[in-house]
Design a protein around this ligand. Structure first.
Ligand code: DLL
Length: 448
């Protein structure tokens, strides 16, 4: 059952609980999953050698490729018949990665998400509009079971069919909405197109995640929709949404559900832990999962842990917003750039709309970035139609290039494009188009 208060447990008791649960998980994987037994044996470590939480560093990492190599059920720690649900990633590069859940896993996940919704400002009596996609993606069903567990009146809309979503928001009057930030922005855009004011809906809070977004995007969503926007993080390999969530009180850092997941941040090159406050790769170990326990999973997501506790009173540690994915990082003359940093610059510019794409190419041994940014409709009016050669357009382009150079310390190419010319997403937005290291015969489109 969802126990309000466990997220404010004192740290010593929490760490004791983590160590107990880690011990059980290690025995479980060592006895039941040949992959882990071999990996532990190779690293010359046995479950009983892990006597403190710090000892976890002696365990080997797990990577996405390990999941693919053991497709579909090779990493399950239960007989397949004990799994009551499967989820899978979309698998753009070959086989998807498959994860499984026992009945107890689903119950725990529901509790974690119920708690996350409360943390975000939700209440059992709310109508809750769930616009995350239903299906193999964990977003839809993850939020669904959490909302039901909390006792909310859940509207399982899934993604897409935007006109109907608007009608449902108007008629059912939800207090809360969940969806990718890019899709909920589309919803607002559609309402504006219909001459409706998105600020006038019943919505008071939004639970946004599953894709990188910035503080500037938060501001845009909050202003456009008149709600409070919080960040939710998760990944199917570890569980799904709810691994961490921001609290409505502070909206500053995401509390990790530490009673279920042990979090580390490592330097992705040296693989050594980095101190709190320093950005590195997030690594998670599940502490309660039965069907698909995961040990030291390298997420490829870059973030840092907050050194200080949150003023909201929760003792669960906070991680920062995801700065970007390790795979999307661009290194230009020794400077590391994440496409999400580009979003911050673009969204602060008054003449651009919140829609953009970042293309990454490699020329020789150098990475290069081009940014395609949509201008806002208001600007097109003042600039007298869409004329890319006008002085005003040239000036905006120049300003954007300059601001990007100041913020990122590298030069980028900038192309301005007409309002509504970039694709709108119904789920995760595809904003980064990486054309480096394409496989033979693959085009950048195959990757997205
Ligand atoms: O995206 C789970 C989820 C659903 C999270 C709904 C939040 C809300 P996957 O499809 O396995 O799972 O994708 C996981 O998405 O490794 C991150 O790169 C990215 N991601 C998820 N949440 C955030 C976030 C779901 N809040 C991958 N900010 C992760 C930035 C995020 N990136």
């Amino acid at each position: 059952m969802y126990q309000p208060g466990i997220e404010a447990m004192d740290r010593r008791s929490l760490e004791r609980l983590q160590l107990d649960r880690l011990g059980e998980t290690l025995v479980r994987v060592y006895e039941r999953v040949p992959f882990y037994r071999q990996a532990f044996d190779k690293a010359n470590v046995k479950p009983e050698d892990i006597r403190s939480l710090d000892d976890i560093r002696r365990l080997p990492f797990t990577k996405k490729a390990d999941l693919r190599d053991n497709y579909p059920f090779g990493l399950f720690a239960v007989d397949r018949r004990e799994a009551v649900r499967l989820h899978a990633s979309s698998g753009t590069k070959g086989k998807p990665t498959v994860v499984g859940y026992t009945r107890r896993d689903i119950a725990n996940w529901s509790d974690i998400v119920a708690r996350a919704i409360v943390t975000a400002g939700g209440r059992p009596e709310d109508v809750f509009h769930n616009a995350y996609g239903y299906g193999l993606f964990t977003g839809g069903l993850g939020l669904h079971y959490g909302a039901e567990q909390l006792g909310m009146t859940l509207v399982p809309v899934s993604g897409g069919n935007t006109p109907r979503q608007v009608t449902l928001v108007e008629d059912f009057k939800p207090r809360g909405i969940a969806g990718t930030p890019s899709y909920v922005l589309n919803l607002a855009e559609y309402m504006e197109d219909q001459g409706k004011d998105p600020r006038k809906t019943s919505l008071e809070y939004g639970i946004f995640g599953a894709e990188p977004w910035s503080e500037e995007m938060r501001q845009t969503l909050e202003e456009k929709l008149g709600l409070s926007a919080v960040d939710i993080y998760g990944l199917s390999e570890v569980m799904g949404p709810g691994v961490s969530i921001e609290c409505a009180a502070q909206q500053d850092g995401l509390h990790v559900a530490e009673d279920h997941f042990y979090v580390e941040v490592i330097n992705p090159v040296t693989l050594q832990p980095v101190p709190a406050g320093e950005t590195g790769e997030l690594v998670f170990t599940s502490l309660t999962k039965e069907a698909f326990p995961i040990i030291r999973y390298r997420t490829g997501d870059m973030a840092f842990l907050y050194p200080e506790p949150c003023e909201c009173g929760r003792t669960h540690t906070r991680m920062s917003r995801i700065k970007g994915r390790l795979d999307d990082m661009v290194i230009v003359r020794g400077v590391n750039v994440f496409p999400s940093e580009i979003e911050s610059v673009l969204m602060s510019h008054p003449n651009l709309s919140p829609y953009y794409q970042v293309h990454i190419h490699r020329v020789g041994t150098m990475d290069q970035i081009s940014v395609v940014a949509e201008v806002s409709e208001a600007f097109v009016d003042t600039a007298g139609g869409f004329n890319i050669d006008s002085d005003l357009f040239r000036q905006v382009k120049h300003e954007v290039m300059h601001e990007l150079r100041n913020a990122l310390l590298i030069s980028t190419r900038v192309h301005l494009t007409e309002p509504r010319s970039l694709p709108r997403s119904e789920g995760k937005a595809v904003r980064v188009i990486d054309q480096r290291n394409l496989y033979q015969g693959e085009t950048a489109k195959d990757r997205v």
